[in-house]
Design a protein around this ligand. Sequence first.
Ligand SMILES: Cc1cc2nc3c(=O)[nH]c(=O)nc-3n(C[C@H](O)[C@H](O)[C@H](O)COP(=O)(O)OP(=O)(O)OC[C@H]3O[C@@H](n4cnc5c(N)ncnc54)[C@H](O)[C@@H]3O)c2cc1C
Length: 309
Amino acid sequence: MTNLPISQLQEIFGERLQEGVHMNNYTTTKVGGPVTGLISINSASEMEFALTNLWKLNVPYYILGSGSNLLISDRGYDGIVLHNRSHNVKVNTKNEPPLVIAESGASLGQVAQLASRRGVSGFEWANSIPGTVGGAVYGNAGAHGTDISQILQSALVLTRAGGSQLLSNEDMGYEYRSSKFKRERKSVIILEATFVGQKADPEDCMSLLHELTEKRHKTQPVGPSFGSTFKNPAGNFAGKLLAEAGMKGVTCGGASFSKVHANFIVNNGGASAQDYYCLIRQGQKRVMEQFGVQLDLEIELLGEFEDVD
Ligand SMILES: Cc1cc2nc3c(=O)[nH]c(=O)nc-3n(C[C@H](O)[C@H](O)[C@H](O)COP(=O)(O)OP(=O)(O)OC[C@H]3O[C@@H](n4cnc5c(N)ncnc54)[C@H](O)[C@@H]3O)c2cc1C
């Protein structure tokens, strides 16, 4: 049963509106229930068209990148998921300093590789993060001691109240793994990002990119996950606290805290979103009981979950 005006949406979007899509094929954990509708977006103008219409009809929507920082409930979501696939990337080496301009559905890996191959350094760390530019700019993704806030010059965004506008790095209100928009759950849609790099030897860039990617492969578990579940609390590491609280290998249904890296929850096959949720709450509870430390989620939850004691 849906509360959405389906026939109006069908009229506007035609075959582009896919109904009752299961989200397990759209998330890196391979879990997630059905959404009322999903629309693939291939350009900024398609995003603008879709949102203008959804806003007019007051239809709830969710912007989905690679689904790599997200837990969607098994019950799904009664709204429209806009799956962002706009992926053009331009590298401008003539500018001083060089710039990389990427549509928000481009993958971070694609950006890192294109920039490095063209001798623009500063992006090598991003190769192993399996998200889109939009998700990364929204959540200030980072690795190897750096993050998006260190390279973002500006972001072209769309808001219901203000239309499209160019925001500066300062406007994003960046903190560790967070932006002002993520913290305040404000609806802002990132259409494009401009990043600043430095001129370098392409071979040096590619060699650093491979070195950092290799390092990641050695220290992170394989298998479906959403990467780090919790943010690191000030002066500590979530993975260390979870490991010391005995969470490595703890299982709920088809999901387990990884034995390789305790801040990762992996799908061993057939996990449900509720299995993930159950482990999230267990991890938070145990760390609070043993160390008095609150673990805050790095990932986002979408939809309803059953309460866990
Ligand atoms: C194996 C693995 C390793 C990882 N390693 C890292 C790591 O080292 N560092 C790190 O920071 N993260 C890491 N992650 C988490 C994740 O890849 C990043 O957070 C990534 O930036 C999320 O991007 P996404 O496109 O998947 O976003 P999604 O998961 O699709 O969405 C996340 C949030 O961003 C919002 N969003 C997405 N696109 C837009 C847009 N265009 N405009 C506005 N809002 C938008 C969504 O609405 C949602 O609220 C890892 C994940 C995995 C699976």
